[in-house]
Design a protein around this ligand. Structure first.
Ligand code: GLN
Length: 495
């Protein structure tokens, strides 16, 4: 019996392979780090120096947030490649985790320069870890093992438990004790993550142990490409840190959005025209393109949670409960908490619809996600009006907004991942997972641009912008529903 088969029949953890515990805990600490940062980043950058912040103007802070989010998810594309071609997913996850940990300890230092260096480390490390840990989950099971979807659902829980920890622990320490304590706390979490990963890695067996090279491919050639790129990237970063060049974050944010857009367009054009795909496979690519568009718009709205809505929470929301002012980041806990609460109901709901032959197609679920996101922004417009009249709004507005955003996420995010796996042409499975993350990357960049706009003339800019976001979400939702009819007919999931 080889390792893969052995782990496949393993029911150690809630009926799932033991390796899932290792991945669950590692992803939990990694997401604590990512969401802890997401919660604190904009607040820290916009606070005055006397409050320990960087005193950046709102537009610049939002742009840096956009560049950070876009980089994290963009780096998942080369991160997947490094695992496939050179180190294998298991080792790449470990390297990524160590780099994130170092990044957080750098962030714990109370200097402005080291702050940005820490962000670079965290982005690179997350790019190496996130896509590969997601792939290993699937590889814990034999092909055709029906537990794989449930495995991903458990994994999605670890994401959200981690993000709750991030918002609560890093948020509390960062806002109440000192910003760098918050950043450093994620480093302590990641240290636990790295130690447990090293000691329990054996339970992953063969899953993601080796690179997935063809016979004809030569790993040492890839290692040279990787080494040269790493040296170049380091030179670019170091030269910026010693002051050889600098760029306005808002311009960088725009450039990054255009670059990612160009990469995405090229990739889809390549797949249609030059990848030698048959008609049905091209139909499947059209389906993925449709989901890509829906995903970009959805996450661009969702990511306002860490930027414009987060700042709204800090400065324009009454955060006092029983005389105690809670940290603004605590409000962001609403999203992961509601994901954990509602996810099982959603799973049951889809199954129920299926039983009645009312199954929704994936683009229809995405459309629903976009509509729910739009409702969330609609609610928020009222919250902003209240704050404009009374200086501060109650927490209910943000909580209600996050409720709709979370319901939208549950329509879109879990199904997006499995649809990507399903519709990808066999030879391009790994890289297509990269496309899924590329949509999050483009969205994060776009979110930075939108968030800058939302504060152009204080919060009075918000209602106008939110109306535009609502319009875009509704239009894309309708396009998804209409296009689905045509695209669906051209897809073919037969092996
Ligand atoms: N909440 C999910 C995660 O953190 C998805 C986020 C995204 O794709 N933008 O993994």
């Amino acid at each position: 019996m080889n390792e893969l088969t052995k782990s496949s029949s393993d029911t150690y953890f809630l009926g799932h392979p033991k390796g899932l515990v290792t991945l669950f805990l590692t992803e939990m600490w990694e997401r604590m780090s990512y969401y802890g940062m997401r919660g604190l980043l904009v607040l820290f950058m916009t606070r005055e120096v006397v409050e320990g912040g960087l005193n950046l103007d709102t537009g610049t802070a939002m742009a840096i947030y956009g560049v950070y989010g876009a980089s994290v998810y963009f780096l998942c594309v080369p991160g997947g490649w490094v695992a496939d071609k050179i180190f294998g997913a298991q080792r790449t996850v470990l390297i990524g985790a160590i780099i994130i940990t170092i990044g957080h300890y750098i962030l714990a230092l109370p200097f402005e320069k080291t702050f940005f260096l820490g962000l670079v480390f965290v982005s690179i490390g997350t790019g190496l870890l996130k896509p590969n840990i997601s792939t290993i989950v699937g590889q814990l099971y034999k092909p055709g093992d029906i537990r794989v979807d449930a495995g991903y659902t458990i994994f999605y829980m670890s994401i959200n438990i981690g993000s709750m920890l991030g918002f609560l622990v890093c948020g509390y320490l960062g806002e109440k004790v000192g910003w760098h304590w918050g950043f450093g706390a994620a480093g302590v979490g990641m240290t636990f993550g790295v130690i447990q990963y090293i000691f329990s890695k054996a339970s992953l067996g063969e899953a993601g142990l080796q690179p997935t090279l063809d016979e004809s491919e030569d790993s040492s050639r890839y290692l040279s490409i990787f080494s040269i790129s790493s040296v170049l990237l380091s030179l670019i970063i170091i030269s910026a840190f010693v002051g050889l060049w600098s760029i306005d974050p808002q311009i960088l944010n725009q450039i990054i959005v255009y670059l990612i857009l160009i990469v995405a367009i090229f990739y889809f054009v390549y797949l249609y025209l030059f990848a030698g795909l048959n008609k049905a496979e091209k139909g499947n690519i059209s389906m993925l393109l449709l989901l890509f568009i829906g995903s970009v718009l959805f996450w661009a709205g969702f990511d306002q949670g860490g930027s414009s809505l987060n700042l709204f929470a800090k400065d324009y929301t009454d955060l006092f409960i029983l005389g105690w002012e809670m940290p603004a980041t605590f409000l962001q806990v609403a999203n992961p908490l509601m994901v954990v609460i509602f996810a099982p109901f959603f799973a049951a709901f889809w199954i129920n619809l299926g039983k009645r032959n009312l199954d929704l197609d994936t683009p229809q679920k995405f459309a629903l996600g976009c509509f729910l996101m739009a409702i969330g922004f609609f609610v928020m417009i009222f919250g902003v009006e209240v704050a404009l009249e009374n200086e501060k709004a109650g927490v209910k507005w943000l909580l209600l907004t996050y409720l709709f955003h979370t319901l939208g996420e549950l329509c879109l995010s879990p199904v997006g991942l499995s649809a990507t796996a399903k519709y990808s042409p066999k030879r391009y499975k790994g890289q297509m997972m990269g496309i899924w993350f590329l949509s999050s990357s483009l969205a994060a960049g776009l979110a930075g641009l939108l968030a800058s706009k939302s504060f152009e003339s204080g919060i009075s800019s918000m209602p106008g912008l939110f109306n535009q976001i609502i319009l875009a979400l509704v239009i894309v939702g309708i396009i998804l529903i209409i296009a689905n009819k045509f695209v669906k007919a051209t897809t073919d999931l037969e092996e």
